[in-house]
Design a protein around this ligand. Structure first.
Ligand code: DAH
Length: 344
C-alpha cells in the first residue's frame, strides 16, 4: 500500500517537532533515522511507488523527493545548532568572578544635613515653605528692614539681575513671603521652616562658595517670647548634635531682629572640653536668630503690639563642614565620588 501524500506530510511534521525537542546530537540521531534512515519515512514512501498507477507515479515521486530535501535541510540545520550550543557550554566560564558593581544613589551631605534640620522642626509642628532663588530686592532687603544704602547690604555682596531682581542672598525673604500669605488675620500663628539655596558674590575659599544653602525658621503668634526661641532651638540642637548638647546665646546684630543673637552649641566632638574642632573654646557658633523686628511685622500688616515672633537662619555647608570634618567648602560642589560615597 502506498503512503498517501497527506499522511507523509503529517508524519514529516511530527518528526520535525520531535527533533526540536532533542537537546543534543545523541537525542537527535534516532529522530533523524526515523525520517531519513533505511527503515525511515522517506524509504517507506519510495518503496510504495511501484503500487501507484503509472500516470500518478511521477507526481508522487516528485513530492516525496521534495519532502526528503526539506527534511535533509532541516536536520542539517538542527545538527549545526546543537553543535554550536555544545561548544558554548564547553568553553570556560568562571562563576567566581565578581559581578559588575552597581552603586546605589545617596544623598549629598549638604542635602542630608538640611533634611535632618527640616525634619526636626517638622516633628515640632513647623510647616515647610519654599521661596524663589531669583528674588525681588524688596523681599530680600527692604521688607526685612534693610533699606537701600544700609551698611548691612555690604555684608551680602549681591548678584543683581535686571528689573529689581537679584539672586537671594539669604532665605530670610521667605519669612516675608510666608507672613504676607496669611489670610485669617484674626488669629495669626506661623510656624515655618524653609530650606534653600542662596547666593553671594564671595571669592571662593575654604569657607565661602558663591552658592550655598541655608535653613530659615520663623514662629509668630500671640505671646511668643524669647523663651520659646531658646527652648525650640535648644531642642533642635539636642536632636541634631546629640542629647547632651547645651546652647549659648550671645547678642548679635541683624537688621530684621531685635534683639538679635548668635546661637552656639557645645562642641559635639569634645562635649565642651576644648579640642581642635572648636579651637579649644568648647563652643561652636551655629546660627543667627532673634525676635522679629516690629518693623518687619508692620511691613506685612501684622500688629507688633499684639503679635510677636522669633526667627533664625543657619548655614548648612558650615554645619556640614564641622560635623563631617570637611576641610574645604568647595569640596561640596566638586562631585567627587570619593567624598560623596561616604554619606547616606
Ligand atoms: N539671614 C541671616 C544671614 O544670612 C541669618 C539670620 C539671622 C536669619 C537672624 C534670621 C535671623 O532669621 O533671625 O546671615
Amino acid at each position: 500500500m502506498p503512503l498517501p501524500l497527506s499522511e507523509l506530510a503529517a508524519q514529516a511534521e511530527a518528526i520535525r517537532i520531535e527533533a526540536q525537542k532533542a537537546l543534543n546530537a545523541d537525542a537527535l540521531a534516532p529522530v533523524k533515522a526515523k525520517a531519513l534512515g533505511v527503515k525511515g519515512l522517506i524509504r517507506e514512501a519510495l518503496s510504495g511507488i511501484k503500487d501507484i498507477p503509472a500516470d500518478e507515479r511521477k507526481d508522487y515521486g516528485g513530492r516525496v523527493n521534495a519532502i526528503k530535501n526539506e527534511l535533509e535541510e532541516f536536520f542539517a540545520k538542527r545538527e549545526a545548532e546543537l553543535a554550536k550550543q555544545a561548544g558554548a557550554a564547553d568553553s570556560f566560564f568562571d562563576h567566581t568572578l565578581p559581578g559588575t558593581r552597581v552603586h546605589a544613589g545617596r544623598l549629598h551631605p549638604v542635602a542630608s544635613a538640611s533634611r535632618r534640620m527640616v525634619d526636626i522642626f517638622v516633628s515640632m509642628g513647623f510647616d515647610v515653605f519654599a521661596g524663589p532663588e531669583i528674588e525681588y530686592e524688596r523681599y530680600n532687603f527692604d521688607q526685612l528692614n534693610i533699606p537701600a544704602y544700609h551698611p548691612a547690604r555690604d555684608d551680602m555682596d549681591t548678584y543683581f539681575l535686571p528689573g529689581g531682581l537679584i539672586l537671594r542672598t539669604h532665605t530670610s525673604p521667605v519669612q516675608v513671603r510666608t507672613m504676607e500669605r496669611i489670610k485669617r488675620r484674626e488669629q495669626i500663628i506661623v510656624q515655618m521652616i524653609s530650606p534653600g539655596r542662596v547666593f553671594r558674590r564671595d571669592r571662593p575659599d575654604a569657607t565661602h562658595t558663591p552658592a550655598f544653602h541655608q535653613v530659615e525658621g520663623l514662629q509668630v503668634g500671640e505671646g511668643v517670647t524669647m523663651a520659646n526661641m531658646r527652648w525650640v532651638l535648644s531642642e533642635f540642637a539636642r536632636q541634631f548634635f546629640g542629647p547632651e548638647t547645651r546652647v549659648r546665646l550671645r547678642p548679635d546684630y541683624f537688621p530684621f531682629v531685635e534683639p538679635g543673637a548668635e546661637l552656639a552649641v557645645t562642641c559635639p566632638f569634645c562635649k565642651g572640653a576644648g579640642c581642635r574642632v572648636c579651637k579649644q573654646s568648647g563652643w561652636i557658633e551655629v546660627l543667627g536668630c532673634g525676635m522679629v523686628h516690629p518693623q518687619v511685622l508692620r511691613n506685612v500688616d501684622i500688629d507688633p503690639e499684639r503679635y510677636s515672633g522669633w526667627a533664625f537662619g543657619v548655614g548648612v555647608e558650615r554645619i556640614a563642614q564641622i560635623l563631617y570634618q570637611v576641610p574645604d567648602a568647595r569640596m561640596f560642589s566638586e562631585n567627587d565620588y570619593r567624598l560623596l560615597r561616604q554619606f547616606r
